[in-house]
Write a protein that binds this ligand. Structure first.
Ligand code: ATP
Length: 449
């Protein structure tokens, strides 16, 4: 398959210019690989998160929601294996002081030997021996900065779910199989972050842990694999940009019985990369927490009178990375018939687009602005709309195309007499004449498709 073009630089600039994503603390020169979501970015991210919540929690009677804290007892991370095992091998260049993951494919030769070559400055023999680097952020709880008060910013939301397994099960009286889902921040001191919001040090996760009877785990694993791929397709990500990647023996985490990634083709040199992981974690997590906490984490099956530690099938997706996939997937530049200037379109699905409709008067006279404002005000309680009366109508359309607004509603010379407007479709450029009274229903129906 031919390499898809790299649109990352164009997206970074569009996202800043139009208020999707800004560099964190930009006026101070920026914070490394941390990003802020602007007015349009937060709408898009919320739409994505709400869609996940609706699909994974609200539409299922066997999945419960949870919002656990970022700060947890430090023993949690000993039990989970993160203190000893959440490490990446890292090498430093003695010459240019840059730092890399030891397995960075750009490194030529072997680090720590004379033929190891620094990918940044090009010097040979300047890369040190690989050292293990823990990716968890450490901080202190309370006023005393000693080791007794060390606490971590969580590197994943899943552990908050495991330690609450019995709280949720007993308070909801769920029976196995059932799941617990949450959306929340996670932090990883990544050695080589980058590619815009693809790999950042602060990000969010949408994770669901599904607790099952041992022996039924592979069946559930297959079920969730297909459910999750269906969800990604439903976002409008192109079929041929999505694929599964099965973890080989050497890639599998020590506790994992099976793991598949959902990968998306980001184009350019990034190509296919993970956006979601689906893991069969066996009873590793609950057994570890039972051991380290000394508290029983067994499930009692009343039907069979048996006690057991459930197996866990996990689905873990990053909203930030998926949002980037949506931007890459949707970005296109196209020529417009009869016009010198082409247009940039963000082909987001109408359900996810941050603004659902632009509302414009064709010209700033003859009562058109007043009528257009009234229409915008009447639609605003139902979905995000944007009123715009500045500049030529063509430019106003282009501004909405570029941020993915699916519909542009224009009040023109015929509007007052017939109480109707034109509705322009972002993708087909077709304009329908629609009565003002049925506008809300027209747009609502199209954004729910
Ligand atoms: P990677 O191999 O890319 O580091 P991972 O396998 O460690 O990812 P998981 O722990 O399975 O990732 O986390 C689940 C999801 O969380 C990933 O599929 C991704 O969408 C998101 N994610 C993980 N790390 C980051 C990060 N540093 N920045 C943004 N999103 C991330």
């Amino acid at each position: 398959m031919p390499n898809r073009p790299d649109v990352m630089d164009k997206l970074v600039s569009l996202c800043k210019r139009r208020g999707f994503i800004f560099q964190s603390s930009e006026i101070y020169g920026g914070t490394g690989s941390v990003w802020d979501y602007g007015p349009l970015g937060i709408e898009l991210k919320r739409n994505l998160q709400e869609r996940w919540w609706k699909e994974m929690v609200r539409s299922r009677d066997n999945v419960e929601g949870l919002d656990s804290a970022i700060l947890m007892h430090p023993r949690v991370w000993e039990a989970s294996g993160h203190v000893s095992g959440f490490v990446d091998p890292m090498v430093d260049c003695r010459n240019c002081k840059k730092r890399f993951r030891a397995d960075d494919p750009k490194i030529k030769g072997t680090p720590g030997t004379p033929d190891g070559q620094c990918p940044a400055c090009g010097m040979k023999g300047t890369l040190g021996e690989p050292r293990q680097f823990n990716l968890m952020f450490k901080t202190f709880m309370g006023p005393v900065e000693d080791s007794a008060a060390i606490i971590y910013l969580r590197p994943e939301t899943a552990q908050g779910t495991y330690v609450n397994f019995l709280n949720v099960q007993q308070s909801t009286r769920q029976k196995i199989p059932f799941g617990i889902a949450q959306i929340g921040k996670a932090f990883r001191n990544e050695i080589t972050p980058g590619n815009f919001i693809f790999r950042t040090r602060e990000f969010e996760q949408m994770e669901m842990q599904f607790f099952v009877e041992p022996g039924t785990d592979m069946e559930w694993f297959e079920y969730w694999k297909s459910e999750r791929m269906r969800w990604h397709r439903g976002l409008g990500l192109a079929e041929d940009r999505l694929q599964f990647h099965q973890h080989s023996e050497s890639e599998l985490a020590h506790y994992a019985r099976a793991a598949f990634d959902v990968q998306f083709d980001f184009g350019g040199s990034l190509g296919f990369q993970e956006i979601e992981g689906i893991h069969n974690r066996g009873d590793f997590d609950l057994s570890q927490h039972q051991k380290f906490s000394g508290k029983k984490l067994e499930y009692f099956d009343q039907g069979t009178n048996k006690r057991f530690i459930p197996f866990v099938v996990e689905t873990a997706v990053g909203p930030n990375r998926t949002l980037l996939a949506l931007l890459v997937n949707g970005y296109r530049e196209e020529a417009v018939e009869g016009e010198d200037e082409g247009r940039v379109v963000l082909g987001l699905s109408p359900a996810l687009a941050p603004i659902k409709a632009g509302v414009f008067p064709l010209v700033k006279k003859d009562g058109m602005p007043e009528m257009a404002r009234k229409i915008a005000d009447s639609l605003r309680p139902h979905f995000p709309v944007f009123y715009d009366d500045s500049g030529a109508i063509g430019r106003r359309y282009r501004r909405q195309d570029e941020i993915g607004t699916p519909f542009c509603i224009t009040v023109d010379g015929e509007s007052a007499g017939g109480n109707s407007v034109t509705v322009r479709d972002r993708d087909t450029l077709k304009q329908d004449r629609v009565s003002v009274d049925s506008l809300r229903e027209y747009v609502a129906q199209r954004i729910s498709e």
